[in-house]
Design a protein around this ligand. Structure first.
Ligand SMILES: [Zn+2]
Ligand SMILES: [Zn+2]
Length: 183
């Protein structure tokens, strides 16, 4: 097994070769050096200006969560700044569809999460942007699907292609017809 030991900026973040491994600097897990397992950071000298993080996604998530819990004021400020950037019109995503629209979408999806296909009902389903606002997605109904809160939070602002790659790594079978039709 080849564990990558060189400078992080010399390893392409586009790597999909699962026989190249990275060791998480936090938990020590050895995982394939792909975006499925490692997030990326901006690096002036990296390939396309990005390099893999040294901690695995699971550790990065855990660190982010504990950092947020320790800094609630910072989180509030970030959220306020994000709303301001979006022109102060950010709505809670649950308000972007009427209950009737939510029921129609759920029915189309067979009462399943569009990504992991767990069972959903009108009170457990959350409204999800197929293309995130950061990726140029709109709040139009055509760009909205129903997902479980775990997938919704897992995807967060990630680009659709990256999230679908992660879904496949988790063994999910996303409802591609509905996802591909989203505009
Ligand atoms: Zn780790
Ligand atoms: Zn799900």
């Amino acid at each position: 097994m080849a564990i990558f030991k060189g400078s992080m900026t010399s390893l392409s973040v586009a790597n999909t070769d699962e026989s190249i491994f990275l060791e998480c600097s936090n938990c020590g897990d050895v995982l394939p050096a792909t975006r499925v397992h490692f997030g990326t950071v901006k690096r002036a000298t990296g390939i396309n200006g990005r390099a893999f993080k040294r901690t695995c996604r699971r550790c990065t998530r855990a660190q982010k969560k504990s950092h947020k819990e320790r800094n609630p004021d910072m989180v509030r400020r970030w959220n306020a700044e994000r709303v301001a950037r979006q022109g102060g019109t950010a709505k809670a995503s649950t308000e972007m569809l009427t209950t009737t629209q939510k029921r129609q979408k759920l029915a189309l999806q067979g009462s399943e999460c569009v990504y992991c296909r767990c069972n959903l009902n009108i009170s457990t389903a959350t409204v999800e942007h197929v293309r995130s606002v950061a990726e140029g997605g709109t709040d139009n109904s055509s760009n909205l699907v129903m997902a479980c809160s775990r997938c919704n939070q897992g995807k967060s602002g990630a680009p659709l292609s990256e999230w679908l790659e992660r879904c496949r790594a988790y063994g999910y079978q996303p409802q591609m017809q509905i996802i591909n039709e989203a505009r």
